[in-house]
Design a protein around this ligand. Structure first.
Ligand code: SF4
Ligand code: SF4
Length: 81
């Protein structure tokens, strides 16, 4: 089962530089053409499913504007015999 991740972008810090967009190996990031931050930038967003939570985007972001989350699969509990 593929690992599922998601991100949050802090509009206060995102400057629309697109470094995260270019670095994402899943190609799930883009700049949002429908939104502007208070500083006038189009912020990054997840434009489709497929984020694995690898955190490469957060590593390359020069503004530390990204927080990455990763779903951890629940382990099946075995009933004691
Ligand atoms: S790398 Fe950071 S500042 Fe640049 S677009 Fe992505 S989230 Fe915004
Ligand atoms: S965590 Fe990985 S897969 Fe998800 S948006 Fe960032 S670089 Fe892409």
């Amino acid at each position: 089962m593929p690992v599922k991740g998601w991100i949050e972008v802090d509009d206060l810090y995102c400057k629309g530089c697109e470094l995260c967009v270019q670095a994402c190996p899943q190609h799930v990031l883009a700049l949002n053409p429908d939104r502007l931050t208070s500083k006038g930038y189009h912020p990054a967003y997840l434009h489709r499913e497929g984020c694995t939570g690898c955190a490469i985007c957060a590593l390359v972001c020069p503004e530390a504007a990204l927080t990455v989350y990763r779903e951890t699969p629940q382990r099946a509990l075995r009933a004691a015999a």
